[in-house]
Design a protein around this ligand. Structure first.
Ligand code: NOJ
Length: 590
């Protein structure tokens, strides 16, 4: 539609406004909306010096691989100095590199090499807490009048016990007693991750200065760890406690707390507004109503957030520890709500996997030999055709699977190990069951080494890997997939290419069809280019079969003779009706 002025202008403007409301027109275009992000978990990506631990030089070696895939931005999980209680999410110096990962020179070299290839770099910003080995905390715990005392959250005992009933995310109480001053400090994660006191203006200034330092160095943005938890309700009241649980839930007094938006606006005005950045908040407990504040289109806080509702769908009585399967209509309800509520107000992130989630093909797809590749491609189609910025977690582009861990000794993740002890030693879950739950849901499923080839240790290291390699690396690896045009890798590459060349995939409005269907995820996208002379709206139909059953589907008329943009079956066709095969996925242009 082209606006030329004259007497029709008012009518045209009214039409334009209507289309903007429907999400068919996007006026607020941004590079980070058009990007695809790839997450690197450095410990498990590529080891360059044979110590069994991935490192920065290893990442630099593999930048051409990422260029080949076609991604635009890397999100780098923490590489800062850390005692590694939580694999780098416990930082002891924000302006130094972890020795195991290399040096600051290695980092600078990697950043320059990424930029040379047109790839941006987003750092992980972990500032809800530091390590207890950070200089600030070591000072803070020395005495009540230490200048750093108020950098953290210290409280007196209550009735001879912890100051409140909150449990930590990694098991046990969220409070740790400290003898030196006879007081407790708060840690929502491990006791080696004390929470910073964001109500202290000096803490905020320190964090903002550190962010500025990295941005001036040339990094392109931040993924902000548990940023929805930085502001706690005054007085730190007890949280609700379910039957049979040992601790209260800190959620209502922490998540989306009273000052979180004020602090993020301050961060925007003091830091982010001075640079051209990409920012994504990890916001557990975020609702769509909160998301439109965090990720408002006016860019007053962040660019987008990661929602957790899709992952919480298979949670149960003992939080994530179970073998539950996600019910497709529930997943569609969540994603549809996020797609439509944010329309015109805020921007979505799109993800299936990250370093905290099990492998998606084992969770939502089918990792049997017969269906692994088909279902991995189907899941990719479903996600990458939606509206938002897609995130790919290392190895997802190969269809990497969950890991057949044999015993507790195979696990390295603090959350998995602590949960095992807490649930089994308190008689809540039997050991055999808990081991099955860990194999299905543990974060370590995502953290085994990237599978580069079929040589020793999947080509990840010459040494002994810090965590076992998934034994399926002989079949599933980069080398094999690069040479085979029908591989999952090449499918992801095509999805990324399609997004780059079709504004409808980035900016088109979203509409869910058949919300109740238990096997099929079907939706349309619609888009009208403001500069185009075409009167008709461009449309895309996306159909994904989440089951191994064949399904007859009636295709909306306007797509019956459409062009297939992508499908995971080479001989896919369209028509008034299609018989979808197991895990079949297709995107059809009208
Ligand atoms: C979220 C991170 O993604 C996770 O890996 C970490 O354990 C916690 N935040 C604590 O930093």
């Amino acid at each position: 539609m082209r606006i030329t002025g004259g007497q029709d202008t008012i009518v045209l403007l009214a039409k334009l406004y209507e289309k903007m409301e429907d999400g068919n027109l996007e006026t607020n275009k941004k590079w980070w909306k058009e990007s695809v992000v790839y997450q690197i978990y450095p410990r498990s990506f590529k080891d360059s010096n044979g110590d069994g631990i991935g490192d920065i030089k290893g990442i630099t070696e593999k930048l051409d691989y990422l260029k080949e895939l076609g991604i635009d931005v890397i999100w780098l999980s923490p590489v800062y100095q850390s005692p590694n209680d939580d694999n780098g999410y416990d930082i002891s110096d924000y302006q130094a590199i972890m020795k195991e990962f290399g040096t600051m020179e290695d980092f600078d070299e990697m950043l320059a090499a990424a930029h040379e290839r047109g790839i941006k770099l987003m750092m992980d910003l972990v500032v809800n807490h530091t390590s207890d080995e950070h200089k600030w905390f070591m000072e803070s715990r020395k005495s009540k009048d230490n200048p750093y005392r108020d950098y953290y959250i210290w409280r007196e005992a209550k009735d001879g016990k912890e100051p409140n009933n909150w449990g930590s995310c990694f098991g046990g109480s969220a409070w740790e007693y400290d003898e030196a001053t006879n007081m407790y400090f708060l840690h929502l994660f491990s006791k080696k991750q004390p929470d910073l006191n964001w109500d202290n203006e000096t803490v905020r200034r320190e964090v903002f200065d550190m962010m500025t330092w990295w941005l001036e160095k040339g990094v392109d943005g931040f993924r902000m760890d548990v940023i929805s938890m930085i502001s706690k309700v005054q007085g730190l009241p007890d949280g609700p406690k379910g039957d049979g649980t040992l601790y209260g839930d800190f959620g209502p007094n922490v998540i989306n707390g009273p000052h979180v938006h004020e602090y993020l606006k301050e961060m925007r005005s003091q830091v982010l507004s001075k640079f051209d950045t990409i920012t994504v908040g990890e916001t557990s407990g975020v609702t769509v109503q909160e998301a439109v504040k965090y990720a408002a289109d006016d860019e007053s806080e962040l660019n987008m957030v990661f929602q957790f509702e899709q992952n919480d769908l298979d949670g149960g009585e003992h939080s994530k520890w179970n073998l539950n399967k996600i019910y497709l209509p529930d997943l569609k309800e969540v994603l549809n709500r996020w797609q439509t509520y944010l329309e015109g107000k805020a921007w979505n992130s799109l993800y299936w996997s990250n370093h905290d989630q099990p492998r998606i093909v084992s969770r939502l797809g089918n990792d049997s030999d017969k269906y692994r590749e088909l279902s991995a491609k189907m899941l990719a189609t479903c996600l990458h055709m939606m509206k938002g910025t897609p995130y790919i977690y290392q190895g997802e582009e190969l269809g990497m699977t969950n890991v057949p861990f044999g015993s507790l000794e195979d696990f390295r993740d603090i959350e998995s190990i602590n949960s095992y002890h807490e649930y089994t030693e308190n008689g809540i879950i039997a050991k055999e069951d808990m081991l099955k739950y860990l194999c299905y849901k543990s974060r370590d499923n995502a953290r085994t080494p990237m599978q580069w080839d079929d040589s020793k240790n999947a080509g990840f290291t010459e040494g002994t890997p810090w965590i076992m390699v998934n034994p399926d690396f002989k079949e599933i690896n980069v080398k094999e997939q690069l040479t085979r045009k029908t591989s999952v890798f090449h499918y992801y590459k095509k999805l990324i290419w399609l997004r780059r060349h079709n504004p409808i995939i980035v900016y088109g409005g979203f509409e869910l069809l058949m919300p109740e269907d238990e096997d099929i995820f079907m939706y349309t996208r619609s888009y009208e280019d403001v500069n185009s002379s075409k009167e008709t709206c461009e449309k895309l139909l996306v159909i994904c079969n989440f089951s191994d059953k064949e399904r007859e589907i009636a295709v909306p008329g306007e797509f019956a003779e459409g062009e297939i943009l992508i499908s995971n079956y080479e001989d896919a066709g369209c028509g008034k009706e299609i018989c979808l095969r197991a895990y079949e996925a297709l995107a059809v242009h009208n």
